[in-house]
Design a protein around this ligand. Structure first.
Ligand SMILES: *Cc1c(COP(=O)(O)O)cnc(C)c1O
Length: 366
């Protein structure tokens, strides 16, 4: 089968001194999250009037930036996150990568950046996997996390969309996102901070959203919680999402609620996939607003039986305890619920090639 990389000529510059087999094996044995990187990276440049050029896969290393590079001043930056899996038959697979390519361009629109053609986005992934495919760990829950990103590198201090950008793709072997190994995460409801306001950048995957989430996330950690949950910026009442994960609420009558995509939450590909899988199971999934007060009273009455957060990095993670100013409650048993566990097994089974890909989500590489 022809791959995107066959049609777009990426220049390959092999690493002069790649990591030794022994070192790599040691790194892959306990990869953690986001601390180890493969030998190569993909780089593509964009300049106004010329468009995308110079697609290269070469040694990973520091990049030169002019101190006036626009990204350093006005934060024109977007990114994506997806995983490559080693299937039992030895092939390498991606999960709905075209969705990441499309979302990347929606984020680019919001940040006034150029589109990266889908074939180039997918070709970049093929290109890095062709040189760093040996970096996909095969432990339980392990994968090679791929981080495509784009930023403004034009040296100009005036405020306007930049006329020069760089796209890079780096790869990082990953184990479980939550290293605590706890059966469920605890969540702190932020009352002083919001993540996104109507008309803002909440639906774009941009670094700026994360910068704004760090203080509230640190506050959650300081209080002994794993994650922060944000409420809407207008009424401070409706549950939106965590710093980097979408939320689902499961009720005793089989109904499932997830907050709607109104522009202030990130449209997760995991979220979208789980909605499909839940509906396939015959459950009723509604995308509607759910308030923090209802969350507490439904958890206390037992009407709410499970709650989970989801995203590429952390997959499906049960939420056991929620607290905030004037509230503290437990959901179900405080541990992982049955539906949450089943969904996680189903999704990861499809991603890892252990269950049939009934939805046509898996894209094999090579
Ligand atoms: C990336 C991200 C998610 C999850 O999206 P997936 O496509 O499922 O990985 C959720 N919320 C935020 C803020 C994100 O940046």
């Amino acid at each position: 089968m022809a791959t995107a990389a066959d049609t777009i000529a990426f220049q390959t510059i092999p690493h002069p001194a790649p990591t030794s087999e022994a070192d790599r094996t040691a790194m892959l044995a306990n990869p953690g999250f986001g601390t180890q990187f493969t030998d190569h990276m993909v780089s593509i440049d964009w300049v106004e009037g010329k468009g995308w050029h110079n697609p290269t896969v070469g040694p990973r290393g520091p990049i030169a930036l002019d101190p006036a590079a626009a990204v350093l001043h006005y934060a024109q930056e977007i990114f994506e996150g997806l995983k490559a899996y080693r299937h039992p038959d030895g092939t390498v697979a991606l999960f709905r990568p075209e969705q990441n390519a499309q979302r990347f361009n929606r984020s680019a629109d919001r940040l006034a950046m150029p589109h990266l053609p889908e074939e180039l986005f997918l070709g970049a992934i093929d290109a890095i996997l062709s040189v760093d495919g040996g970096w996909i760990p095969d432990g339980d829950g392990a994968s090679l996390y791929l981080r495509p990103f784009m930023f403004a590198n034009e040296a100009f201090l005036g405020v306007r969309p930049a006329k020069q950008y760089k796209f890079l793709l780096i790869a990082s072997p990953a184990g479980n996102y939550f290293k605590s190994g706890a059966p469920a995460v605890s969540i702190w409801v932020s009352s002083d901070y919001t993540r996104a306001a109507p008309g803002g950048t909440g639906a774009a995957k941009c670094g700026g959203n994360y910068a704004a989430s760090l203080v509230p996330q640190a506050e959650a950690i300081e209080r002994g919680f794993d994650q922060v949950v944000f409420l809407d910026a207008v009424e401070r009442k409706w549950i939106e999402e965590l710093g980097g994960m979408n939320l689902f609420f499961v009720f005793d009558d089989g109904r499932v609620i997830t907050p709607p995509l109104t522009g202030t939450i990130l449209p997760g590909i995991t979220r979208d996939s789980l909605i499909d899988l839940l509906r396939e199971e015959g459950l009723t999934v509604v995308e509607e607003r759910y308030s923090i007060d209802d969350w507490q009273s439904d958890a206390n009455s037992g009407k709410l039986v499970e709650c989970f957060a989801c995203g590429t990095a952390a997959v499906v993670t049960p939420v056991g305890r929620v607290a905030g100013r004037d509230r503290d409650f437990t959901i179900g048993t405080g541990g992982p619920g049955q539906l949450t566990g089943r969904l996680k097994d189903r999704l990861t089974g499809i991603q890892r090639g252990q269950l049939p890909d009934t939805q046509g989500w898996v894209r094999k590489i090579g």
